[in-house]
Design a protein around this ligand. Structure first.
Ligand code: GAE
Ligand code: MG
Length: 386
């Protein structure tokens, strides 16, 4: 038996290259045998525009977890899910909180047993996780030029797979997609157009029909959130596979039962960590639906959890999304996760294979905050200045 003796939460603010500053909370769980597990509550900078009270959250989690056996996974899941129930939507701050704790527990179990998280999950079925680099939504003609340059630079670094956010200014979206093909031809693959649930199914279908000749493998979230009939319609009419984010096991069951998707987007931040993600993966396997590992764009601790799960899961056959460590200007670990040839490499263990650098952590530590600015900036992950 290994008992949890303390819960420490450190809020951090880390800027991205795109300008937006994202707030995360770094989790440390101490045990009675002197080990510390680390986790990350990643990216609270999504709507609704509020942050958790870190003092209150620390007291709540301390009361809940102190004295509990690290291996009592069922009991801990019951406590976490009972106290932070799924809100039934994608950007659920309760799920982000559960995720940070769940990741730290997996890290601890790995450290205590001397094995990597991937090994605890049954071992790798692939060497590394192919990932797509995100191109955020075009907000002006200047963005098109800047994003073409970004793609050129990423291509030089070995990324050939891109994911393009659309659904704001559809005229600019189409101009960008066509420019992308004109400039780079078959040297790049467009993994997906991510509509972020901004359009209704009919409008998304019209856009897809208009741009299908550009060539992309997948469309993500091409209907309003929760509109399963809409997703199923896009899937039938648009002749391109559809992916959608999943925020709990029953949502996954509804999506596959309605034949609304070809691919489930399994994001640890949305589900509450590795433990609940395993339930969704079981549903995907039974329904013979493919998966990708999604992201809210985590720092290295959250990204390490994502890659351990991704390399150990057979049905993750679609390029995944976590590239946070390439987007953020700093991190809190001694050695960040690494990418090579467009793939994310799983750190070697034990646990997540990550170690906090106390100086780096202190450099970015501070109360979570919101900059004044338009709501669309938050949705587009663009920073308030643009
Ligand atoms: O980069 C971000 O923060 C994005 O908003 C991210 O959370 C989502 O867009 C996600 C997605 O696939 O929709 O990556
Ligand atoms: Mg998405």
């Amino acid at each position: 038996m290994t008992r949890i003796t303390a819960v420490r939460l450190t809020p951090v603010n880390v800027a991205r290259t795109t300008g937006v500053v994202c707030g995360h909370v770094i989790v440390e769980l101490d045990t009675d045998d002197g080990q510390t597990g680390i986790g990350e509550m990643s990216d609270f900078q999504h709507l609704p525009r509020f942050h958790p009270d870190i003092g209150d959250l620390t007291s709540t989690l301390t009361a809940m977890l102190t004295g509990i056996d690290l291996w009592a996974a069922n009991q801990i899941s019951g406590l976490l899910e009972g106290s932070f129930p799924s809100s039934g939507s994608l950007y659920d701050k309760g799920a982000v909180i559960r995720c940070g704790i769940d990741i730290a527990l997996w890290d601890l179990r790995g450290k205590v047993s001397g094995r990597s998280v991937g090994s605890l999950l049954g071992g790798a079925v692939r060497n590394a996780l192919p990932v797509a680099y995100p191109i955020f939504r075009q907000r002006s003609a200047a963005d098109i030029e800047a994003n073409l340059e970004l793609v050129a630079n990423r291509l030089d670094e070995g990324f050939t797979m891109f994911r393009v956010y659309v659904g704001g200014d559809l005229g600019l979206d189409e101009l960008f997609l066509r420019a992308l093909r004109d400039h780079f031809g078959d040297r790049i693959e467009i993994k997906s157009l991510d509509f972020s649930n901004l359009l209704d199914a009919a409008a998304a279908t019209r856009f897809i029909e208009r741009t299908l000749d550009v060539g992309y493998a997948l469309v993500e979230a091409p209907a309003h959130e929760g509109d399963l009939d809409g997703l199923a319609q896009v899937r039938r009419r648009a002749l391109v596979p559809v992916s959608e984010h999943v925020y709990d096991a029953s949502a996954a069951l509804r999506l596959v039962s309605a034949r609304a998707v070809d691919v489930l987007n399994v994001g640890l931040f949305a589900l509450g960590g590795i433990t609940p993600a395993l339930r969704v993966i079981a549903i995907a396997e039974a329904a013979q639906v493919e998966c990708l590992i999604g992201t809210t764009q985590e720092l290295s601790i959250g990204t390490a959890a994502a890659v351990h799960l991704g390399v150990a899961t057979e049905c993750v056959t679609i390029a995944s999304d976590p590239v946070g460590p390439l987007l953020y200007r700093s991190d809190v670990v001694a050695a960040p996760v690494t990418y090579s040839g467009g793939e994310l490499l799983a750190p070697t263990g034990p646990g997540l294979g990550m170690e906090i650098d106390p100086e780096r952590l202190q450099e970015v530590a501070g109360p979570l905050r919101w900059d004044a600015g338009a709501t669309t900036s938050i949705i587009d992950r663009a920073g308030t200045s643009s």
